[in-house]
Design a protein around this ligand. Structure first.
Ligand SMILES: Cc1cc2nc3c(=O)[nH]c(=O)nc-3n(C[C@H](O)[C@H](O)[C@H](O)COP(=O)(O)OP(=O)(O)OC[C@H]3O[C@@H](n4cnc5c(N)ncnc54)[C@H](O)[C@@H]3O)c2cc1C
Length: 393
């Protein structure tokens, strides 16, 4: 079958649905087609590891409202190839879509451990993953969570709050140690232990196999863990295969310019895109909601001739039991960090600096300071510890 599209969006996720909104804000008439590999309409992913587990939301409340945008959604369709010259896309059912403007918003694929597969192993990313785990979980079941980053720590907390006995396997010293300063990462790790989670540090999973009751994991250097379910949060790799095969530039994602354009008539946004950040003055790929939504909407508007540079500095957030934060910019624990606590590890701000310039700000249980943090990051500095103390608290 052949379809004609003024605007074709590959990936009906967070960035893709936001792009439809951006297009509609400038073009009331053009037809918008969304091609989505998942069998669902677009939905918000953050509740999959938070609000769907703490009772704040039901699955029916996470859909993104695309109804007013009058876009045509083809769910369960995966784009298989882009022909840049002919301006067509072929999907995995053999249908062809002729486009005027194309957006690639294909997100990322969870990293896997070779050989570790099975019904009780979830590389956590989608609504179907949530349902599989939710339906299979029983009070008191042992669940092994692999990975101490954002997804691993959030899902470990969520499962523990829902009656699972959780073993969290992390390969380093502490939860979130690539992001939080050392003492804060240590605090979070002990906090999780205090909530009944067995946190096993320096535990890298080598392999695993199905057992009658679940999965047995073998660890590097010996040792094993048995669990009814295994949930892995090992990060993602951006879905760039389509773009790569079409000859677009790839470098840790689909490379776009300041207008989020990857090639004439092709844009990219969200987890899959590597964009030039105007404030940090470097190319970066961000795997967070605010980036997906703002880039998606911006790319959509640019597809409809807005032709404006993307200058937003995205923020991200996380909730871990009753700990929570928002963060702006580059949070890399290898940078110089200055901690400014009102109450140690309960309420405070961490500044991440390079050569005296603030690159990132962690607002730990400090709210409504994102814009002030953005302004600070935009300033050239140099800043000393004295300049920053009390600045955002
Ligand atoms: C469990 C979880 C919790 C999260 N929590 C937070 C949080 O608390 N805070 C935060 O800031 N961020 C959070 N994130 C990150 C945030 O959800 C992502 O950054 C965001 O979803 C990225 O949007 P996207 O549109 O780029 O990708 P996605 O939302 O993943 O959408 C991409 C879509 O494209 C589809 N697709 C892929 N290939 C093709 C193809 N060839 N053809 C058609 N469709 C295709 C995929 O199936 C997918 O549906 C979380 C993510 C997860 C998984």
């Amino acid at each position: 079958m052949e379809h004609d599209c003024d605007y074709l969006i590959l990936g009906a996720g967070m960035a893709g649905s936001a792009a439809a909104k951006g297009i509609r804000s400038r073009d009331a008439k053009g037809n918008i087609v969304l091609l989505g590999a998942e069998p669902h309409p677009p939905y918000d992913r953050p509740p999959l590891s938070k609000d769907l587990w703490n009772g704040k939301k039901q699955p029916a409340e996470i859909w993104r409202d695309i109804e007013p945008l009058r876009a045509t959604l083809f769910p369960g369709r995966r784009a298989a190839a882009i022909d840049v010259q002919a301006k067509t896309v072929r999907d995995d059912h053999g249908d062809h879509y002729r486009y005027d403007k194309l957006l690639i918003a294909t997100g990322g694929t969870p990293r896997r451990i070779e050989g570790l597969e099975g019904e009780r192993v979830v590389y956590y990313r989608t609504l179907d993953d949530y349902h599989a785990l939710r339906d299979g979980l029983r009070e008191g079941m042992r669940v092994a969570v692999i990975g101490g980053g954002f997804i691993g720590s959030e899902i470990a907390a969520a499962l523990a709050m829902n009656g699972a006995r959780v073993t969290l396997l992390i390969d380093g010293d502490a939860i979130g140690e690539r992001v939080y300063p050392r003492a804060l990462a240590g605090f979070v790790t002990e906090y999780f232990r205090g909530k009944g989670i067995e946190v096993r540090t320096h535990s890298r999973v080598a392999a695993g196999n199905a057992t009658g009751a679940g999965v047995a994991l073998q660890l590097h250097g010996g040792g094993s863990v048995e669990a009814a379910w295994v949930v892995a949060g090992l990060g993602i790799t951006p879905n760039v295969q389509l773009a790569q095969a079409a000859g677009l530039a790839i470098d840790n994602g689909i490379v776009v310019d300041e207008r989020l354009r990857a090639a004439p008539d092709i844009w990219a946004a969200g987890d899959a895109a590597n964009y030039p950040d105007a404030t940090l003055q470097q190319h970066r790929r961000v795997e967070h909601e605010d980036a997906a939504l703002t880039m998606g909407e911006h790319a959509g508007a640019n597809m409809a001739e807005a032709n404006a540079p993307y200058t937003h500095l995205p923020y991200f957030y996380s909730d871990l039991f009753d700990l929570g934060y928002e963060a702006v910019g580059e949070l890399d624990a290898r940078l110089q960090t200055i901690e400014d606590w009102k109450e140690p590890f309960r309420e405070g701000v961490v500044y991440y600096l390079k050569d005296g310039r603030v690159r990132g700000v962690l607002l730990w249980n400090v709210w409504d300071r994102k814009d002030a943090a953005r302004e600070l990051i935009a300033q050239p500095g140099p800043f000393t510890e004295k300049d920053l103390r009390g600045r955002l608290l």
